[in-house]
Design a protein around this ligand. Structure first.
Ligand code: THG
Length: 266
């Protein structure tokens, strides 16, 4: 089953930032309820945008969201100390977003994750920056899987984020990540592939048609999760339809359910 990680609780979004600054719990609760009703399997929580306030904002968001969340949370921060605090606050085992190969982050995350049962997003990022080829992405994913396995994280709990890059500045970037996903899934059939999609369309007009066409292509390569807006009915319809076409929807049940609910139309 494709797993949608709902991205909306992110202080880089203007309305969320305003709600967090005003401690408007009802706004956050309503948003999370809508994401869940729309099919989010996880709720991503990112409090990074109000500089100097990340810890207390994350704390308040987690208290607020846990009064309504029925799905697990994805704790989203580049700061291992924030993730550690957040992990200790949540009632249900969360997904951690993220570990990467950037040395400082990696060295802090490995002892923290050691022996934990949680799901982990592993970013194919290192101190040299974004990956430059499919082989580079596959090599980084391979290192991350081996290092996480070595501290007791099962491959099936690892969600590799291959890092999508803009097609507008280099038209090989689409095929590069698609080939990488195929390579990672060939080597590790149990691993999950996730990530944000919107970088692919950066710098181009009509971004949403690009994002939802790309997600269908990524799903053929083996992507089985994404960090997206579950209230975007068009991308959700594309995911449900692609999942059916890839043979992951027995008796086309989810597709037909979506059509009956009015969420999928031609
Ligand atoms: N990989 C991983 N984690 C991630 C990302 C990723 N976490 C953060 C981000 N990328 C995914 N989350 C969001 C959340 C909100 C928005 C985009 C990505 C968003 N952006 C608006 C837009 O693009 O139009 C602008 C903000 C606004 O609405 O004001 O909504 O790649 N592992």
């Amino acid at each position: 089953m494709f797993e949608v990680i709902g991205e909306r609780i992110n202080t880089s979004r203007k309305k969320v930032q305003e709600a967090v600054a005003a401690r408007d719990a009802q706004y956050i609760i309503d948003d999370v309820s809508q994401q869940q009703a729309s099919g989010a399997c996880f709720i991503d929580v990112n409090a990074g945008a109000r500089i100097g306030h990340e810890k207390e904002d994350m704390q308040w968001l987690l208290e607020t969201i846990q009064s309504v969340a029925i799905v697990p949370l994805t704790l989203d921060s580049p700061d291992p100390a924030v993730l550690e605090m957040a992990f200790a606050m949540v009632k249900e085992t969360p997904m951690i977003n993220s570990i990467s190969l950037e040395k400082e982050r990696f060295d802090a995350m490995i002892p923290f994750l050691s022996g934990k049962e949680c799901k982990v997003i592993a970013l194919c990022m290192d101190d040299t920056g974004m990956p430059a080829s499919s082989e580079d992405i596959i090599g980084r994913a391979d290192t991350l899987v081996k290092e996480l396995n070595a501290i007791g994280i099962a491959t099936s709990n690892i969600y590799v984020d291959p890092l999508v890059q803009p097609i507008s500045t280099d038209t090989t970037k689409g095929v590069m990540v698609l080939e990488a996903v195929k390579g990672i899934k060939t080597k590790y059939p149990e691993v999950h592939i996730t990530g944000g999609l919107s970088n692919i369309s950066y710098g181009l007009p009509q971004r949403k048609i690009i994002n939802r066409t790309f997600i269908a292509l990524m799903m053929t390569a083996g992507m089985d999760s994404a960090i997206i807006d579950p209230l975007d009915t068009k991308i959700m319809a594309t995911i449900t339809t692609a999942d059916m076409l890839l043979g992951n929807d027995s008796f086309c049940g989810n597709f037909l359910k979506g059509v009956r609910a009015g969420a999928i139309e031609s």
